[in-house]
Design a protein around this ligand. Structure first.
Ligand code: HEC
Ligand code: HEC
Ligand code: HEC
Ligand code: HEC
Ligand code: HEC
Ligand code: HEC
Ligand code: HEC
Ligand code: HEC
Length: 331
């Protein structure tokens, strides 16, 4: 027979076991307020529902989510196959897979995110076609679906060069946790085709060479001039030029102003200017943000999407402007 002291000691040990097993982040309650939706080993009465796959056995569709208007109706429509998408696998490997495309598809939520286009970020360069659920989760392991994109809640935390999951200061920092030479993520190793392949060299380029990265533009060049929303001395994010979820352009260059150029004045951005690139002719991308103040060298030629203001329209910009090249004016 155990006496009270023994029971107490046992309880304390259990509590300790629990707290060792669960970091603080894991034990946040599920709510929009905490921003955490992922279930932990405390699920149910002191963990009694952990690892149980049949959500329908205990939760009634009509009564849940009273405080989550944005997703309530949609979850009711999609029913129980949706649960693990937002709440995680509940500790069980044979529970339902985590589905994202169930709601994030071209019928239900075509613009959050913009999914149309042949190219998307597949973790294999030049692969085409739609993203699958696993790929969404690689980048968004625990999004809170509150209708607001928050860097450190909605993007997966990957360790930095020191091996620490430090918070992101910008979307670009997220990209650079994988796109670098010497501290890539296991499972996402990138093989460079040449020394200056941007797939791995873009960390050096963005921090030390590119004008759009940490290096600041001077704003005093011959063809200088930016559209409203952008200024010289501001950092341009990777996702201002590259679309992760869907685009018709190779190298994931955005195919519409709606998919990037996030700081551009809405009066220009929301016209949904098309961007088509071919043979290194990036004029329709650059012209979204650049418009020379003093028109020189055929700078008034329409690039083909209704906007003008860059030089060399129709030529291969790459010979002079590309990641990691400081020659000419760089990128
Ligand atoms: C054996 C019954 C049972 C099963 C099966 C079950 N739950 Fe629960 N769940 C509970 C109880 C009890 C609570 C705590 C009371 C409440 O909030 O409804 C709870 C709470 C929750 C919460 C809120 C947690 C919090 O921290 O506030 C979520 C989210 C949840 N369950 C999702 C699920 C999902 C998803 C599944 C299927 C993978 C599932 N549940 C399966 C019983 C169950
Ligand atoms: C699109 C994301 C999403 C999906 C899918 C989803 N939930 Fe939730 N769930 C939430 C959010 C957000 C909250 C927090 C609501 C709040 O803070 O009021 C929540 C909270 C809960 C809670 C806590 C109490 C409550 O009702 O708010 C339960 C229980 C729950 N979910 C069960 C489920 C079950 C069962 C399913 C599958 C039928 C499911 N959820 C699918 C987003 C989702
Ligand atoms: C390579 C990483 C990556 C992958 C893969 C990825 N995303 Fe994203 N996602 C991002 C980044 C970065 C942002 C923020 C910048 C932006 O909006 O482009 C974002 C933003 C979002 C947003 C909010 C912004 C908006 O457009 O409304 C949603 C919703 C979203 N992603 C859903 C998904 C879904 C669903 C999938 C799978 C089909 C997916 N993502 C795949 C990186 C990724
Ligand atoms: C039941 C439908 C449903 C499922 C399943 C679902 N989402 Fe969402 N998600 C939404 C809704 C609705 C929004 C809010 C859209 C809006 O109005 O901005 C959202 C928003 C987001 C956002 C934008 C950031 C935020 O907090 O609003 C991201 C990122 C995202 N979802 C990723 C995912 C990923 C990854 C999965 C799969 C693991 C997933 N979603 C599964 C419905 C769903
Ligand atoms: C978890 C790691 C990871 C993250 C985070 C990540 N990438 Fe990637 N990315 C990869 C891998 C792996 C490849 C494929 C490399 C290969 O095939 O050799 C890739 C490929 C690419 C490509 C080439 C695509 C093509 O079809 O040619 C671009 C462009 C790219 N990433 C940009 C980004 C941007 C911008 C971000 C941030 C918004 C980002 N990546 C975030 C791992 C990542
Ligand atoms: C999303 C908006 C945006 C797009 C798209 C864009 N740029 Fe820029 N660009 C800027 C901003 C903002 C600066 C100033 C950055 C700084 O000062 O750090 C800049 C700076 C530059 C500079 C350096 C100017 C100086 O004063 O030193 C060059 C060169 C340049 N961009 C070329 C290009 C080319 C070529 C393209 C197309 C491939 C392009 N940009 C696309 C916003 C953009
Ligand atoms: C101002 C727009 C702009 C910004 C900002 C930008 N890129 Fe690029 N990126 C381009 C252009 C244009 C190309 C194509 C250059 C070429 O064809 O040589 C490119 C090419 C790439 C490639 C090569 C893809 C392939 O398949 O060969 C990768 C990887 C890449 N960028 C990643 C990034 C990352 C990561 C960031 C942020 C750290 C970033 N880019 C920021 C415009 C941009
Ligand atoms: C033969 C080389 C060359 C080619 C090809 C070229 N550029 Fe340039 N570009 C330059 C040089 C050099 C400068 C800077 C001039 C200076 O420093 O006064 C420049 C400046 C720019 C700027 C001005 C950035 C700023 O804010 O000051 C933009 C925008 C630009 N180029 C876009 C393009 C586009 C778009 C293409 C392709 C359609 C292109 N360039 C092709 C050499 C070139």
């Amino acid at each position: 027979m155990m006496n009270h002291v023994a029971i107490c000691v046992l309880l304390i040990m259990l509590v300790l076991l629990y707290s060792c097993d669960n970091s603080d982040a894991d034990t946040e309650a599920v709510s929009l307020e905490s921003g955490n939706l992922i279930l932990t080993a405390l699920h149910g009465d002191a963990g009694s529902a952990w690892r149980l796959p049949d959500c329908a056995a205990c939760h009634v569709l009509d009564t849940i989510h009273q405080g989550a208007e944005l997703i309530r109706g949609m979850v009711r429509d999609k029913e129980y196959v949706s649960c693990t998408g937002c709440h995680g696998r509940n500790g069980s490997d044979d529970s339902e897979p985590r589905r994202c495309g169930l709601c994030h598809n071209r019928n239900d939520l075509p613009q959050t995110p913009w999914l149309d286009g042949q190219h998307a970020h597949h973790f294999t360069a030049e692969k085409t076609g739609r993203l699958n659920d696993e790929q969404c989760i690689n980048c968004h392991v625990a999004a809170d679906m509150d209708g607001q994109f928050e860097l450190n809640r909605d993007l997966t935390g990957y360790p930095d060069a020191r091996g620490i999951v430090s918070p992101y200061g910008s979307v670009s920092e997220f990209c650079l946790r994988c796109h670098n030479r010497d501290h890539q993520q296991s499972g996402f190793e990138i093989v460079a085709s040449r020394f200056d392949d941007p797939l791995v060299a873009v960390e050096d380029a963005f921090n030390f060479i590119d004008q759009h990265g940490l290096i600041e533009g001077s704003g005093t060049r011959t063809y200088a001039g930016l559209r409203q929303g952008y200024e010289y001395r501001s950092v341009v994010a990777c996702t201002d030029c590259h679309a992760m979820h869907g685009t018709d352009n190779v190298k994931l260059i955005i195919d519409s102003s709606m998919k990037g150029v996030t700081q551009l004045d809405v009066s220009v951005r929301e016209v949904a200017h098309r961007v088509t690139v071919s043979e290194g002719n990036y004029a329709q991308l650059c012209v979204l943000c650049h418009q020379m103040d003093v028109i020189l060298d055929d700078g008034d030629l329409d690039t083909g999407n209704g906007l003008s203001g860059v030089h060399e329209v129709g030529s291969n910009c790459r010979t002079c402007h590309t990641h990691g090249e400081a020659i000419q004016a760089g990128l």
